[in-house]
Ligand binder design. Structure first.
Ligand code: GLC
Length: 725
């Protein structure tokens, strides 16, 4: 009787053991080759062609994306069958049975696509962000996705940069809180639960400062500005438990981020204690050669592993060179072990060893009424009314309406950039949604403007003109030199406005645009971003007043391209902005300077009065708090959801500090005539900043607190920070 060979003992499979113990047990068994294999990620793994590499433990992860700038390229989608076939090679044929990790850019929805992240930011609502993450995770796991590459928390004041569409706005606090909401939504309290994914804060760091708004271009910034602006939302995501962080393509002051040991290994992993996994961006390791800091892939691999990049996305440098680099002594084994430990920690925490296979026979991830309800609420909350002379809301019971413009026939385009799995046929279109409400009082013009359109506009009581940019102009590798509307649209606007009829302009966009002429010619202007599957329903509900518009601008809209950068990052300078004549000011001799639409702006269908803020004490101690109170009153005839904003200014500090910086806000529902006292619990650490020596400090001295409906309409009260109070 021959003994049945005992199954290899794999104590790391014992899920009752602590994760760190399981990692120790597994790593003790791993060869150097197997360790290096865990640092290698491929794109679109092929269960047949890659079978032997998988079984040999040479592949750790695969992402599913249509290419290195996958934001706007559709692909054939994710095939769960492929994923499980590949997984079977890893789990059942490899020596150690380490499962593969599958990632995909599920950025603002999977099948139920919600507004682009800049639109999510316009909601100023972290709970909406959390719901979006939950719905997206629930749908993506059905396609075998275990890891998503979101939230993107790059801070930018550069509308020319196409990737502002994926960002959560220009301010650290807004971006950080919404990112934390998305992380909670995707990961939940226990990311090993079946309907959860690992999230990824990206792109670490400073990517939003690419020179000229040119994607991938160089970044010149000091560490003080990085710490006081750009690193903060990453810290918020890390504090929220984000499991992975992605390195950015750009350099920071000459050091490419994929080789930036100080910021990755020093700040992110060291100072912040991040114990998650750092993934390269697409061949970001290999691109160190292009950047001219590595002579070849071997040197690139050495630089990146020393910097603290744990997983080489779609590059191959680690697989090709790490083993030899360690054997030659040029790279310490400990650096590879740190990377492998983090990769395995992610896989253990995701429950991949217990539940490696994705297939759920009969499961569907098609949009449901519940998931669409989340998308609708998010789209409505993203609608920002930036001008209204009273033409809105439209009277649902009277008047004829012409719907025309570049987007009148669009479906898939309303999903926005980075919607790999969204489907055009799922989109509720504006025409159909308005038709449901207006019947034959609605005329939907042909998308191609002609004299017929003009005659239709002349006959209609009101025109709703759908303007803006196609999502192929936003997202990765889609930077522009001119933020005016795409060619031809202003001509259409002028023609329709020339009829002298009430005109509502609806702007679809992935970035702040130069809307000067739109604002001059239209009676009402709604900025709606790319709102997702419920685009039409959301628009109809806001236009007809079923829902009060309550979105706020998450980025400043400059007067023109020439005015970029313009944002709330503005700091005081030695030469003050002179008020010349009638509030004109002198930064340019050929134009005004101030933004056309300020950060935080958003109107409702009523009026809200803000009283001056009051503080419960004029003194704030480092461990104490002050209650700031502002009474807001709905003086109009319609309800509203007001976004009461709190900014601050530190007038005297070790370094120049922003003229206004958002530090808190409150979403407040007000019935007509209702007044509410809104209180903010103000803590000293809200005013902490990196000083000249880059250490975090809180100064004694005055802090000016400012409240209002946006960053340009503020009232202030001054408190004093005292250490010994
Ligand atoms: C892209 C993007 C990154 C994305 C990754 C995977 O190049 O920069 O945001 O998550 O590759 O598709």
């Amino acid at each position: 009787m021959t003994d049945v060979p005992a199954l290899p003992v794999r104590p790391w499979l014992d899920a009752t053991r602590p994760v760190e113990e399981r990692i120790d047990l597994l790593m003790a068994e791993m060869t150097l080759a197997e360790k290096v294999g865990q640092t290698h990620q491929v794109a679109n793994i092929d269960p047949d062609a890659d079978a032997d590499a998988i079984a040999a433990g040479r592949i750790s992860s695969s992402l599913y994306a249509s290419g290195p700038t996958g934001g706007n390229e559709r692909d054939e989608g994710v095939l769960v069958g492929n994923i499980d076939a590949a997984q079977r090679h890893a789990v059942e044929r490899s020596r150690l049975g380490i499962p593969l990790l599958f990632g995909r850019d599920v950025i603002h929805g999977h099948r139920t696509v919600c507004p682009i992240p800049l639109g999510i930011a316009a909601s100023f609502d972290p709970y909406i962000a959390e719901q979006i993450g939950e719905v997206a995770a629930r749908e993506a796991v059905v396609d075998g996705v275990a890891w998503t590459f979101t939230p993107m928390v790059d801070i930018s004041e550069e509308p020319r940069w196409g990737r502002v569409a994926e960002s959560l706005g220009e301010t650290p606090v807004l971006s950080g809180r919404l990112a934390a909401g998305l992380v909670r939504g995707f990961q939940g309290d226990d990311p090993s639960e079946p309907d959860r994914l690992a999230a990824c804060a990206k792109h670490f760091a400073g990517y939003g400062l690419a020179a000229g708004g040119r994607d991938y271009d160089t970044v010149s910034v000091g560490e003080n500005t990085l710490r006081n602006l750009h690193l903060r939302p990453f810290k918020a995501a890390v504090d929220a438990g984000v499991m992975t962080v992605m390195a950015a393509f750009n350099d920071v002051d000459g050091t490419p981020m994929h080789a930036h040991e100080h910021l990755i290994r020093g700040v992110l992993k060291g100072e912040w204690g991040f114990d998650g996994m750092v993934v390269a961006d697409w061949n970001g390791v290999g691109q160190l050669v292009n950047a001219g800091v590595a002579a070849d892939l071997r040197e690139a691999a050495a630089l990146a592993i020393r910097a603290g990049v744990d997983l080489d996305m779609c590059g191959g440098a680690y697989l090709a060179h790490l083993e030899e680099l360690v054997r030659s002594g040029e790279v310490e084994l400990g650096l590879v072990d740190d990377a492998v430990r983090r990769v395995l920690r992610l896989k253990f925490r995701l429950g991949l060893f217990e539940r490696p296979y994705a297939a759920r026979p009969g499961a569907s991830n098609a949009p449901t009424p519940e998931s669409r309800a989340v998308a609708l609420r998010a789209a409505q909350a993203a609608h920002v009314l930036v001008q209204n002379d009273g033409v809105l809301p439209l009277d649902p019971s009277a008047g004829s309406v012409l719907l025309s413009g570049a987007f009148v026939d669009e479906g898939e385009a309303l999903l926005g950039t980075w919607t790999l799995d969204g489907r055009g046929e799922d989109v509720a279109r504006p025409g159909a949604a308005l038709r449901e409400r207006l019947g034959d009082r609605l005329t939907v013009a042909d998308g191609r403007f002609s004299d017929v359109t003009l005659q239709q506009a002349r006959r209609a009581d009101t025109s709703v003109l759908l303007l803006g940019e196609h999502p192929s102009r936003s997202g990765e590798a889609q930077s522009v030199t001119d933020i005016r509307l795409p060619h031809g649209q202003l001509d259409v606007l002028r023609a329709v406005a020339g009829l002298g009829k009430p005109l509502v302009a609806v702007v679809y966009t992935g970035r702040p645009l130069d809307l000067s002429e739109v604002l001059d010619l239209a009676d009402a202007v709604l900025v709606v971003w790319h709102p997702g599957v419920e685009a039409g329903t959301a628009l109809a509900s806001v236009l007809l007043g079923d829902v009060e518009p309550h979105g706020r601008l998450p980025m400043t809209f400059p007067l023109s391209t020439g005015h970029i950068p313009t944002s709330t990052h503005q700091r005081p300078t030695g030469r003050l902005i002179r008020a010349d004549v009638d509030h004109e000011e002198g930064r340019y001799i050929d134009a005004l300077t101030y933004p056309r639409l300020p950060f935080g702006l958003g109107l409702s269908y009523t009026e809200v009065d803000y009283a001056a803020p009051t503080a419960s004490s004029s003194v704030l101690s480092p461990d104490g708090s002050v209650t700031l109170t502002v009474t807001v009153t709905n003086t109009g005839k319609r309800p509203c959801r007001e976004v009461v904003q709190l900014y601050f200014r530190d007038p005297v500090a070790e370094v120049t500090r922003p003229l206004v910086e958002l530090t808190d806000w409150a979403l407040v529902d007000l019935e007509p005539g209702q007044a509410r006292e809104v209180t903010f619990d103000v803590q000293a650490e809200q005013f902490a900043y990196a000083g000249r020596d880059l250490t975090t400090r809180i100064d004694e001295g005055d802090i000016i607190l400012l409240t209002g409906p946006d960053s340009a309409r503020l009232q202030s009260v001054t408190i004093t920070m005292k250490k010994d109070s």
